[in-house]
Design a binder for this molecule. Structure first.
Ligand SMILES: Nc1ncnc2c1ncn2[C@@H]1O[C@H](COP(=O)(O)OP(=O)(O)OP(=O)(O)O)[C@@H](O)[C@H]1O
Ligand SMILES: [Mg+2]
Length: 262
């Protein structure tokens, strides 16, 4: 078992690096515009400062020219400040996401808030579509676990609904239900997409099982989820599906695994 286990964990690691790579690409893209604007404003400041210096040194400096310089300067400073603030905010949020995903630190978090954060980070994928996501989770449910793992699980499930389930459905619905009873935390993830044929269900979590081979599918996503749920969260995952009606993934995590420390 150990020999099989090892490459799978290495793959989970390489997916994590791929996710980080995507994060870095996203960060570069998002940060380049405010940084570019700030750099432009600094060059402008440099040019008008040189001009005013020249006017001063050659005793050509007029009151109007000085007034214009002061107005221009404060405008440029405001632009630089705003755009650098924006860059710093982006950096902070990306850094937090990278920490959550890369480190395996267990900590306490509000599950509903965390799911909302994940949905926010998927907005560029969801927003251009008419698909909806409804989350039903107790507002005050705090758990002690690995948030990065939950992020990987939900991101993969949602991406699968979008690429496979809703392939030909313009207005699909995703429902995420979180139910807590005494000894189990249940995550019920449902989409009303095209469904999965029965003969595929038994190999669904197998490594490299994909129906989109050669079209961007690698068959990694559900295998990674399976390993995370069973090995990291000590839980189990099941899938039920009806072709033409939709797919439901149910994850059971023993409460003891996500209990808050005393
Ligand atoms: N919500 C869904 N609706 C319909 N089919 C699904 C759904 N989720 C998964 N599948 C099927 O299960 C297969 C395996 O999913 P998995 O996430 O492991 O791989 P993939 O999405 O094809 O590739 P990768 O995730 O590596 O990019 C998919 O190719 C698809 O056929
Ligand atoms: Mg997938």
């Amino acid at each position: 078992m150990e020999t099989l286990h090892q490459p799978l964990m290495q793959l989970a690691q390489s997916e994590k690096m791929a996710v980080l790579g995507g994060l870095v690409a996203g960060m570069t893209h998002e940060m380049s515009s405010p940084l570019g604007i700030a750099v432009m404003a600094v060059s402008h400041l440099e040019a008008i400062t040189q001009k005013i210096q020249h006017e001063f040194l050659t005793s050509q400096l007029s009151r109007t020219s000085l007034e214009k310089f002061l107005k221009n300067t404060s405008e440029s400073i405001a632009i630089i400040q705003k755009n650098l603030d924006r860059t710093a905010d982006l950096l902070k949020s990306f850094k937090q996401m990278a920490i959550d995903r890369a480190s395996e630190r267990k900590h306490e978090f509000n599950l509903l808030q965390y799911i909302d954060d994940i949905l926010l980070s998927l907005k560029p994928k969801l927003k251009p579509t008419a698909h909806t996501v409804v989350v039903d989770c107790p507002k005050d449910l705090r758990i002690h676990s690995y948030p990065g793992i939950f992020s990987q699980i939900f991101t993969n499930l949602i991406m699968n609904s979008l690429t496979h389930g809703f392939e030909t459905i313009p207005n699909g619905q995703i429902r995420i239900n979180i139910v807590q009873d005494n000894d189990t935390l249940r995550v019920i993830y449902q989409d009303n997409g095209k469904g999965i044929p029965e003969e595929h269900l038994e190999k669904l979590f197998h490594l490299f099982f994909t129906t989109r081979y050669g079209q961007g599918g690698s068959g990694l996503g559900l295998n990674i989820i399976y390993n995370l749920v069973t090995q990291k969260l000590g839980g189990k995952i099941m899938c039920e599906s009806t072709v033409g009606q939709g797919t439901t993934f149910t994850i059971h995590i023993p409460s003891a695994m996500v209990q808050l420390p005393d």
